[in-house]
Design a binder for this molecule. Structure first.
Ligand code: FE2
Length: 280
């Protein structure tokens, strides 16, 4: 039987991908930022997950104003890195897990989550940067990936509570998949950041820290954070953190924090990262 064993939260800032791709992670600006992921790289090597359900958002690469799915699941065999304006990242193609993805799509839709099924799409930094942070620069990604894209770009994004419930439904669906798979779920995006306007560069360390604390201490509070609070406290792009709640909802009521990293700045963004183990 397949099982979700752990959850990972991580920012997916494009500049992290640039630093990795250009071998600049040892430079003064980047050293401490990347060092916070070293523990996780070792842990992932030991964990050997078979599949990652990777919750991310597309940034006008696969979707644009013509189509905006709230929740979309990638059921294809393979996903290529998207060209985001400077050519595709020189990272491996992402290998999907169509059998698990179709099983998830079926279970989730019958569980009343109206997933958009995607058989063909390119994946942008939202998905490939977390892979780089967790696995470095391998020739082939060591896991299969089920991409799960969430609209956090165009209002209205889903509520945190809806995301949490989707996570719970994902956990039920994984547990009914007959193959013996070690599945992780990753929530990406955030933390506090605003990319444009008078408040560009906004960072709210206190709010971010409390969010990370409450993934274990008080997750019920996180479910009920309203969109306006994300906007006010964490900037216009901080709403990406609702995607972490899909990850957290999938882990069940009790989790153990294994690792945490918080670093400012990376471009004009706070980098957040956490590893949570499901309590049995
Ligand atoms: Fe993003």
């Amino acid at each position: 039987m397949a099982r979700i064993t752990a959850g990972v939260g991580s920012s997916h800032i494009p500049l992290l991908g640039v630093a990795s791709d250009m071998d600049r992670t040892g430079e003064d600006y980047w050293r401490d930022c990347f060092a916070g992921f070293d523990w996780t790289k070792r842990w992932e090597t030991a964990q050997k997950p078979d599949v990652v359900i990777l919750v991310y958002n597309d940034h006008a690469s696969a979707f644009d104003m013509r189509i905006i799915p709230t929740f979309a699941i990638g059921c294809g065999e393979r996903f290529k890195p998207a060209d985001e304006g400077w050519g595709p990242r020189q990272v491996p193609d992402v290998e999907g897990h169509p059998d698990l993805a179709w099983h998830l799509a079926q279970c989730l839709i019958l569980d009343e989550f109206d997933m958009t099924i995607i058989n063909e799409m390119d994946v942008d930094h939202g998905l490939t940067v977390p892979l780089s942070m967790m696995f470095g620069k391998p020739d082939v990604w060591p896991v299969k990936v089920v991409p799960l894209a969430v609209n956090v770009v165009t209002y209205p994004p889903p509520t945190g509570n809806r995301c949490w419930k989707l996570g719970e439904a994902i956990a039920r669906a994984v547990e009914s998949f007959p193959d013996d798979l070690n599945v992780q779920i990753w929530g990406t995006g955030g933390m506090s950041h605003q990319l444009q306007g008078p408040r560009a560069g906004l960072i709210n360390r206190e709010w971010d820290t409390r969010f990370l604390d409450d993934l274990t201490a008080d997750p019920e509070r996180l479910r009920m954070i309203e969109h306006i609070e994300y906007l006010r406290e964490t900037g216009s792009e901080g709403i990406e953190m609702v995607m972490w709640l899909i990850m957290r909802g999938a882990l069940g009521p009790e989790v153990r924090e294994l690792h945490r990293h918080y670093h400012v700045p990376a471009s004009n963004t706070a980098v957040g990262h956490i590893v949570l183990e499901k309590s049995t």
